[in-house]
Design a protein around this ligand. Sequence first.
Ligand SMILES: Nc1nc2c(c(=O)[nH]1)N[C@H]1C(S)=C(S)[C@@H](COP(=O)(O)OP(=O)(O)OC[C@H]3O[C@@H](n4cnc5c(=O)[nH]c(N)nc54)[C@H](O)[C@@H]3O)O[C@H]1N2
Ligand SMILES: Nc1nc2c(c(=O)[nH]1)N[C@H]1C(S)=C(S)[C@@H](COP(=O)(O)OP(=O)(O)OC[C@H]3O[C@@H](n4cnc5c(=O)[nH]c(N)nc54)[C@H](O)[C@@H]3O)O[C@H]1N2
Ligand code: SF4
Ligand SMILES: [Mo]
Length: 711
Amino acid sequence: MALETPTASARAQCPYCGVGCGLELLPPKQGLVWTARGDRQHPSSLGQVCVKGATVGETLDKNRLTQALWRDQLDQEFRPISWDEALGRLGDQIKATVAHQGPKGLAVYGSGQFLTEDYYLAQKLFKGFLGTNNFDANSRLCMSSAVAGYARSLGSDGPPCCYDDLDGASLVFLIGTNTADCHPVLWQRLLKRKRRDPESLRLVVVDPRRTATAAAADWHLAIRPGTDLALLHGLGHLLKQGNTLDLGFIADHTEGFDRYKELLRAWTPQRVSDICGIDPTELEAVAQAWGHSPAVLSGWSMGVNQSQEGSATVSAIVNLHLLTGQIGRAGAGPFSLTGQPNAMGGREAGGLAQLLPGYRSVAVADHRAELESHWGLPGGSIAAEPGLDVWAQVEAMERGELGLWWVAATNPLVSLPSLDRVRAAAQNCPLVVLSEAYAGTETAAVAHLVLPAAQWSEKQGVMTNSERRVTLCRQFRPAPGEARADWAIFAELGRRLGFGEAFSYADSSEVFAEFVALTAGRVCDMAGLSHQLLADHGPQQWPFSQGTAPGAGTARLYLDHCFPTATGRALFHCDQPFGLAEPPCDSYPLVLSVGRYLGHWHTMTRTAQVPRLLKQHPEALLEVHPRDGASHGLVDGGWAEVRSRRAAISARVQITDLIRPGTVFLPMHWGASQPNPCEANRLMHELGCPHSKQPELKAAAVRLTPLPQGG
Ligand SMILES: Nc1nc2c(c(=O)[nH]1)N[C@H]1C(S)=C(S)[C@@H](COP(=O)(O)OP(=O)(O)OC[C@H]3O[C@@H](n4cnc5c(=O)[nH]c(N)nc54)[C@H](O)[C@@H]3O)O[C@H]1N2
Ligand SMILES: Nc1nc2c(c(=O)[nH]1)N[C@H]1C(S)=C(S)[C@@H](COP(=O)(O)OP(=O)(O)OC[C@H]3O[C@@H](n4cnc5c(=O)[nH]c(N)nc54)[C@H](O)[C@@H]3O)O[C@H]1N2
Ligand code: SF4
Ligand SMILES: [Mo]
């Protein structure tokens, strides 16, 4: 079904953060620039947008890649080549690698900025037809701990809550999220309510920095980085002591309470306060508020997920909801705030190395068999072992074990930790391919072959936002030059490799139809959705099984308190905190945390095209507490060398009491190709959560030295 290209205005989900606001795009009056405004018909955002969504039209045309580029050696200049030559070279390398090393010599690193159709075809081609599970995505750096935490506590991935819960909650517990800057439209919704009726909503924020989010909270718990798990156990201890448990819910719908009760015993307020570096009375006040609130909603993001205790911390959040029966009803539940616009769709389509489409797992024989049958493949085609997660891909390149590293819709030479190691590893891979929309990214510097990608607005497909709402993103502009949609690139390659029929699609709506059929009966059932239905009736929330009426999707999961575990009960988890992977020490006495600014998006390929956003945040600033500033001889506006065990960079200093003493902060945005680079991730390490394999991107031990003006 080919939908007509809109000529007047078009509707789509915003291509930035996981709030997934609806945008209405208005055609250019003069020149090329489409303007974006909030789509009042979109149920997730009701016409609201933030500065990034509102300026996205300005990012679409500048600095684009329009042709495939090739070079034999990394020290040569790129030369333009045809698609025919590009796909020929790629196909040859795939065949040669499979012949010499087997399919495990291939690895793909994709992104939560893919459309669901892009994701799905990559799984079909690599996990299905080529027989390697080495497809991972930047969600490994982002939502992987939420995925693992939900699965181990509730039996499946899938955020159970929805945005209307922000209106129904009486306590909102935000931990490791700077919602004001990173999920601005959700934040404005919450803030409006708080201002209108302050008594109706209590707000807790747990963050080592007094962010704009923390500044509006009733209680800001400025804990030491990496002590969230102790804090949550301490809250559990006090909830139990205060007799504010829901014993009926615990008895009927959970398992493991006795062990958890034992664990909580040791987490006394004094012990927790000593570990977290907060006052015990604050902890008590928050526990009181949680225990006596009719509806508690918790929200979290990277301050929780990017930790070696990421999955354990997610489970500890869920523990508190189980303890108090605050799940599976309006206004309540553990709600992970998704980072990227379609990281949710990626999980649905199986876009991590251990997953298969439809919330399936490569390790489960029945799941593999279901996929093999759907794809018309012989039994045993899909490998039974999880593929290489992205850091394992880097290590495999270091050992010379990969013949192809294909990076698509992500910029790992800015966003992965330990960048010097990543660069050297990539230089050790015979073919690095980059599918990218913009010219001159940091990752292009290690690529032999660059494929020009059509981006959002230039291709049609769906995205799923944090509240499980699926929006059709229409194509409303032509792709520049020879740029092609990612799904179309995977399909064409599949045909060239001889898998003809299985990769022949008239358009992306056929790809979507094939994918949703696979979700029937799964937690993420979308079998009733199609491009046509989404075009006719607007965005819909899953589960949305075959035959569901438009608008009758599912706002909240687990209303029956029956969880998708073996016993139907949710599980208490008892993880002991063990702190940061790289704790501060005499040589590296400070903890560096790396995160985001309101006006920039990740590696700035898009937001650096918008003058207003560059003006808002012209450079990276190293936030330092006045006490640490004084003890290191640093002044506001001066320069510092920031050194970790891996590298040293220079940064301009901002002295501020908004950060906890002992902690310093840098934004992640300014990579090596920016005019004023500040490569924070050269300093970071790759150690991460044993369950989710998510690196601890929020903390590395560093020391500071003043530098002469100008760095
Ligand atoms: N403006 C903007 N918005 C974005 C993005 C963007 O690039 N720019 N990216 C999107 C994506 S992909 C993501 S993943 C989200 C990220 O959204 P957030 O997670 O909200 O953003 P971050 O700034 O990475 O980190 C959040 C906070 O974690 C705190 N933190 C650090 N260490 C700890 C800790 O040990 N414990 C606790 N409790 N907190 C800690 C930091 O001080 C920081 O304020 O944002 C999305 N939205
Ligand atoms: N220290 C530290 N490191 C971090 C984080 C942190 O908080 N601290 N956050 C981590 C997190 S949560 C995330 S999500 C990552 C984000 O890190 P990245 O994924 O590296 O960041 P982006 O700049 O969003 O990269 C997306 C790339 O895809 C391109 N692109 C856009 N649309 C398309 C398309 O349709 N097709 C193709 N082929 N390309 C396209 C863009 O131009 C851009 O270069 O960073 C991670 N790294
Ligand atoms: S809040 Fe997120 S989804 Fe909404 S307009 Fe801003 S960046 Fe886009
Ligand atoms: Mo993210």
